[in-house]
Design a protein around this ligand. Sequence first.
Ligand code: XMP
Length: 516
Amino acid sequence: MEKGPAELVTILDFGSQYTQLIARRVRECQVYSEIVPYNAPLEEIKCRAPKALILSGGPASVTSSGAPALEKEIFHLGIPILGICYGMQLMARLLGGKVRAALKREYGRAELFIKEKSPLFAGLEEKMPVWMSHGDRVMSLPPGFTALGYSANSPIAAMGDERKGFYGLQFHPEVMHTPKGATIIDNFLKKIAGCSPEWTMHSFIKRTEEEIKERVGKEKVICALSGGVDSSVLALLLHKIIGGQLTAIFVDNGLLRAHEAEEVKNRFKNLYHINLILVDARSRFLEKLKGVESPEEKRKIIGAEFIRIFEKEAKNIGRVRFLAQGTLYPDVIESRSPTGGPSSTIKTHHNVGGLPQDMHFELIEPFKFLFKDEVRKVGEELGLPREIVWRHPFPGPGLAVRIIGEVTEERLRIIREAERILDEEIKKGGLYDKVWQAFAVLLPVRTVGVMGDERTYENVIALRAVTSRDGMTADWATLPYEVIARISNSITSEVRGVNRVVYDVSSKPPSTIEWE
Ligand code: XMP
C-alpha cells in the first residue's frame, strides 16, 4: 500500500450520496481523507492510524434490523469521531442513547439554534441555516453527551461528548446548502482532532516524485494522452519525474475538434519536449464506423480500435514495464462502495484510460486518491495553462457521439465547424467558466429553409449547454439570448449544409448531457 500523508482522517461510508463531498470538504481544509466502507475490518483502520473518524450519512434506518452497524470497539480507539446524520444516530444508539423514527421527515433547509458553547461551533453565530435529510432522530442522549443544538423538528440536532471528542450532527455540514458547514468541519479537524493543514498539491507532488522514482527505476513507462485534463496533467507530472523514460501516445481518431491534434503536438512535443508518438488513425476509425448508427456500437468500435492501436504502438517502443493511467479517486471509491457503485449502465464510457487487462503492464496510477479538482490544482502547480486545466470534459468517443446516426467525413466537417463557432462565442461572451459543457450536436433530420429566394433542405444543429457540479446531474444553462442568436446566425451563414439551429432545454435526469 502507498505511503499516505502523515495525517489521515478516515471516513466510514454508510452509503450516503454525499460521502465524497465529506472527503472533499476535509481535503479543502488541507487534511488528507480516505473513504472506506463502513464494514472495513477494524484492524485495517487501526493500521492506517487515522487522527479522526467521520461516520457518513446513509439511506438506512438504525432502527431496522440488519441496518449497517459498527463494532463498538471503534469507540475505544481514543480518537475523535464525528457522526453525520445516520452516523450520528448510529453513534447515539451504540453508545446507549435512543433513536426513533420522527413523526415528520425533515428534508431541506432548516434553522439550527446552537444552545451550548462547543469547539465544534467556534466562531459561529447562534443561529444558522443547515441542510437536513432524515427520517429518524435522536430521542435521548448517550451518557456523557450534551445536546449542543436544536432545530424545529430535531430537539437534538447536534450533540457532543467533549471529553472523548465524539460529536454528532443531524444535518449535513458537507453540502453547499449548509453555508457554514466548512467551518464546522474545519473546527472538528483542527480544534478537536488537532490536525494540521499539511495536505497540499505541492506536498502531493513531492511525495509522488519520490514514490515513482523509487518504483520505476530505469524502466520505461507509457501513457495515453488525449489532451483532456487528467491525461495532460499525468503526462506532464511523469515527464517532470522520469523525463525521457516516459513515452506518451496520442491517437488522432479523426473524431477530434478542430486543431486538437496540432495543439497537443505543439504543446507536449514541441514545448514540453515529451516523447510523444502521434498516430494518425483517422481513416482507420472512419472505415470501421461506416454504416454504424447505434451509439453503443460506435462506442464499442472506437474503444476496441483504440486498444488495438495502442497495443501496436506500445510493442514498437520495445520493453516497457509500466503503464500510467489517470484513474481518479471517485472510480476507486465506486468500485468498492457498500452499495456496489452505480447501479446500471446508461452508457458505456470509454476513457482513453480504459485499457485492456491482458497487456501485462504494471500500472502506475498517481491520481487514484485524488478528486478532479485536486488534479486540476496539480496541473496548475506544474504550470499547465488555464485552457487545459479548466477544459470542459470531452467524451472519449469524441464527435462520434455528437453526430446522431452515421459518422461520415462530411458530417464531421459540419459538426467541427459548428463546435468551433459555438466555442468561440461562448469564450467571447465570458461564459466558458460558467458552464460545465457547451457543445453542438448534428441531428439526423433535414428540414426546409429558405436562402436568398431558394428553397433549402438541410441539416439541423442542436446547441447544448449545461451547468453541473460533477456531471451526474445537470441543468440546461440559461445562456443569454444574444449569445444564442450570434451562434445561430454564424452557424447558419458559415457552415455549409445547415439551415436550422435549435437549443436543447432538457436537464439530466431525465436526459443525459451528451445526446448519445
Ligand atoms: P452523460 O452524457 O452520460 O455524460 O450525461 C456525463 C459526462 O460524461 C461525459 N461522457 C463521456 N466521457 N467517454 C467519456 O470519457 C464517454 O463515452 C462519454 N460519454 C459521456 C460527458 O461529456 C459528460 O461530461
